[in-house]
Design a protein around this ligand. Sequence first.
Ligand SMILES: [Fe+2]
Length: 891
Amino acid sequence: MLKPQVHYQSNSTITNRRAHFLLPKSFINGKELASLLVVKSSRSPFNKARRYIRAASEPTTIKAVEDVPQQSIKVKALVTVIQTIGGLLTSLGIERGLDDIQDLLGKTLLLELVSTELDPKTELEKPTIEGFAHRVRQESGDVKYEAEFEVPNDFGDVGAVLVENEHHCEMFLQDIVLDGFPHGPVNVTCRSWVHSKYENKQKRAFFTNKCYLPSQTPIGLRRLREEELALLRGNGQGERKRGERIYDYDVYNDIGDPDANLDLARPVLGGKERPYPRRCRTGRPRCQSDPSLEKKKKDFYVPRDEGFSEIKHLTFSAKTLYSLFNALVPSLGNVIGDAELGFPYFRAIDSLFNEGIQMPPLSRQGFWKTIMPRLFKVITDGKDVLRFETPQTSERDRFFWLRDEEFARQTLAGLNPYSIKLITEWPLKSKLDPVIYGPPESAITTEIIEAEIGGIIKVSEAIKQKKLFILDYHDILLPFVRKVRGLKGTTLYGSRTIFFLTPSGTLRPLAIELTRPPMDGKPQWKQVYTHNWDSTGCWLWRLAKAHVLAHDSGYHQLVSHWLRTHCATEPYIVATNRQLSVMHPIYRLLHPHFRYTMEINALARESLVNAGGIIESSFSPGKYSMELSSAAYDEMWRFDHEALPKDLINRGMAVEDKTAPHGLKLTIEDYPFANDGLILWDIIKNWVTDYVNHYYPDPSLVVSDQELQAWWTEIQTVGHRDKKDKPGWPELKTPEDLIEIATIIAWVCSGHHAAVNFGQYAFAGYFPNRPTIARRKMPSEEPTEEEWNSFLEKPEAVLLATFPSKLQATRVMAVLSVLSNHSPDEEYIGEEMEPSWADDPIIEAAFEKFSGRLKELEGIVDERNSNKNLKNRNGAGIVPYQLLKPFSKPG
Ligand SMILES: [Fe+2]
């Protein structure tokens, strides 16, 4: 209820009321026309039962059809609209002129205040109070609009504001502050696009920053809360248009483009045959050549508020990405020409970082440099030169990529720290069908391992002491070998790489096994390589390492990065928007973690993981890349193992130990990713715990929260439908369950993603360290005499021919350079407080604690990186491990 009024009205006539409704003179003077309150009984489609009290611009149109209360307070709404590219202020032409007139008339935005209460007499929703907001000033990129309202004293608290955009183009509303209430201002954070009323008559509803569980929703807002969710869910029909806000699901039926070329047909991912998470539904027309697939279109729909920020100074990152895929990547093809041309010698690889590649001028000289200053360093004679930055890794140690200890160290502190596993069973054996894939026993024998360890320990003892580890790409890759070998310019093996944990706590690679299944009438082939002490053995070892690195590189990109962080997250985002109201505290907890993910995923479907895209054309599995990612989802992915502690336990990299920090004892003490990651996991979990406990003080509230239950059910049964009957889905019955689920989602979007994303250029920019593809089989695999001799004659040439081609390497380098760079508007975890958190002192304090602990982690990471005893992150030429530093800056 509103407290005592600020000003009193006479209870006599309408005229008397009219006098009181007059707004301050400043609104009447000059070009701003007078605004008066008009009582009106019109209805909006949003608000069937509501009646309105309107502030209008014409004093003569005042009508009274309501029994206006005798006492009211004056409330001012200050609306902040952000100046955007393509939005409000830069649109040109006739509509702009009309919009200017609307601004001058003071009719830019029609606001309606919604009460949290029902009318006690009618038990219907109270009439809303309408008022036109008019432009008052511009402050840098923000434009301020104001409206004034007379709010009847018995109106109740304002719970929402309905907004109608009177302009001809959409506007980006930052927030609305309602000032004048005795208990302080009411904040409404919008951060959303509001469509023009000429495109869609539906009014936008923005709720105040106060969080409510569904059962606690004030009675006056209940219908609005449900209607808003229904709008966001849509009806699952028709093609989604730009500007819409509908969140729905579909399978991955848009990777291929068979109408353009039948070679670009790709199977649908999602379903029994090829399980996959769901993507956001776009509803595009079907392909003529294959109606199970959606037609490729230039514009990929994403719900309006999921798009990149269009705020003027923040458009850089979006522009850079679009230019990368639509201009730079195709241009590289034109400049380099022969797609299969490799690097003739290592000096040619170095030249990418020195002389660079001359690019044809695009539209105007200097264009490239403006868009991608990190990549384009020099402009000479009217030509832009693409010169790659030397990655930090090779800047510090030019030969880092050649060293075995660095190869092993990167499994713990590199770009893919998610694959290394403890060996718990010996001998190694495949689980694949021997009839199809040949004998399952590994060729890595006890004798080989004991000889490599140097006889200091038996294999059985090493396993008991947890000293043997594996990078196992055998069973996941072997089923793809035949298919991939049918493609031009690539090859594949199943691989196993064994490591030994040395007394100094570092890993030493012992053996690599490469396997080819029976094919083309030939039996299974496999060979074990060790770091031999003869020249031929040494070169074969280097070549085998290149194959394993290509496997790891593909697995990293398709599984650790794309599948587990980007693709698996999309259903969480869709479900959160469909099932949790923006007023729901869990919506507000998770929403900041989802920023831009859907837009980036759409861009990836358009240019990275699509048929013929960067991944297919540059990674070993070629056109089977996405099928490989589907196989990994089917066999390995489960929700509960996405929690860092469970993931580590699952890989044998940690065991539960209540006496150890974080309740876990690491198998390799100096495992930089796990050590930093566990602190971050705990910090996130503590914050989520404080947050959940605040909103769910009574444990039974979790079960009775219908939105929350629908959300969790939808994630399992729709978003991750192909996994719904598989293990790994925690129940959602208690606050503890909710804490674990929300922490997993937040961790995957923050820590997990940072660990596998931001080091991409540092570790893979100098591609010999992580080739994305091995284009040639090993010279030792059933070679012709000529093949073997040419290997003996010039092994370096074989290694260069195995590496990616010049076009493959440079395209990937350009993409990694952009993707691993933090965007200028990057949001750092714990840096910016959500407005709704700031409105609640308990949550505000919990957030301050969260933020403080993240700052502590910064210091801990620095301290660890300078600790000489931690040899997996400190040593000659080693780049410090900073990928999980919460506030690490672009790099
Ligand atoms: Fe990413």
